[in-house]
Design a protein around this ligand. Structure first.
Ligand code: SAM
Length: 287
């Protein structure tokens, strides 16, 4: 029997795994998954492909949305008893539209050491190639499944000066993009990642009208896994420039004529030149 006064508490590792391509895993993630006492998986059978690809023979336990509360308590007790346990989901980073929240809350309550092992996430993969302003961006996870609620959700984003990122399923992608167009207009800049890192990966970049045409014209564009980014209504129309843009403008204005400094900043961030120029002339007015 364990003497709890001498048992050293284990560690909970939260490990990101590939979103498609099995090679997209860090060396550290493999090491942790190979050496921990147990891996809590969303679906143990699904994770076997990953385990086989990387020679991971660690015991697994299922932790999914249907057994999360009970399963989390069990895992916490094992860690308190000295086990090192890794949490993974089917794909990408755990807790990003994936299970794990109750487990992390309990770990926090019990002061258990928690170590992130970062890696892939579909939303970050899309943002990294979207050529859409990411400063700031808001991640919404999955939108409500009901059409009317989704419409209301899109409408609620309108006042936000931000890029909106969300996940969408194959059976809703068409209506979702139709509604997007209805609320934000055909000219809104969007990016869509389909099947990222997989064999049929596609990245679309253009406006919402073009995206809708593409999806309507090609049924293949309605299959697979989707992540979308939408440049918020106001992010192109705002009268202000953000901190990063302001800092570059301020450092250039001391060395260059205002018009040239404004052009460099505007080209670099793909923002309105006049707006930057006005900021350079009167930084106080950047509300
Ligand atoms: N935890 C994951 C992450 O970090 O990205 C997300 C899990 S969530 C349950 C699954 C959703 O993420 C999919 O329905 C899809 O919307 C998006 N997704 C996951 N993998 C993707 C991929 N390879 N390409 C595009 N979207 C993907």
């Amino acid at each position: 029997m364990n003497d709890s006064s001498t048992t050293q508490v284990g560690t909970l590792y939260v490990v990101a795994t590939p979103i498609g391509n099995l090679k997209d895993i860090t060396l550290r993630a493999i090491e942790v998954l190979q050496n921990c006492d147990l891996v809590a998986c969303e679906d143990t059978r699904h994770s076997q492909r990953l385990f086989q690809a990387h020679n991971i023979n660690t015991k697994t336990l299922a932790l999914h949305q249907h057994n999360e509360n009970h399963g989390s308590t069990h895992i916490i007790n094992m860690i308190l008893g000295g086990d090192n346990i890794a949490l993974i989901s089917d794909a990408g980073t755990p807790l990003i539209s994936d299970p794990g929240y109750p487990l992390l809350q309990l770990a926090h309550q019990h002061k258990i050491p928690v170590v992130p092992i970062p890696g892939p996430s579909a939303m970050i993969a899309l943002l990294s190639v979207a050529a859409i302003n990411t400063n700031p961006f808001v991640f919404h996870g999955f939108l409500p499944p009901k059409s009317q609620q989704r419409l209301t959700t899109y409408q609620s984003w309108q006042p936000l000066v931000a890029t909106h990122v969300f996940y969408e399923s194959s059976h809703r992608i068409l209506t979702s993009v139709e509604q997007l167009l209805e609320v934000f207009g055909a000219e809104t800049q969007v990016a869509m990642g389909r099947e990222l890192t997989k064999t049929f990966e596609q990245v679309f970049r253009g406006n919402a009208g073009e995206l809708l045409q593409l999806i309507q014209a090609n049924r293949n564009y309605q299959k697979g896994e989707f992540v979308l980014a939408v440049q918020g209504e106001n992010s192109t129309k705002s009268n202000t420039i953000n901190g990063e843009q302001a800092s570059l403008a301020l450092s250039l204005k001391d060395h260059l004529p205002p018009k040239i400094a404004a052009k460099i900043v505007a080209d670099h961030f793909k923002i309105n030149k006049k707006q930057v120029y006005q900021f350079i002339l009167d930084p106080e007015k950047n509300d």
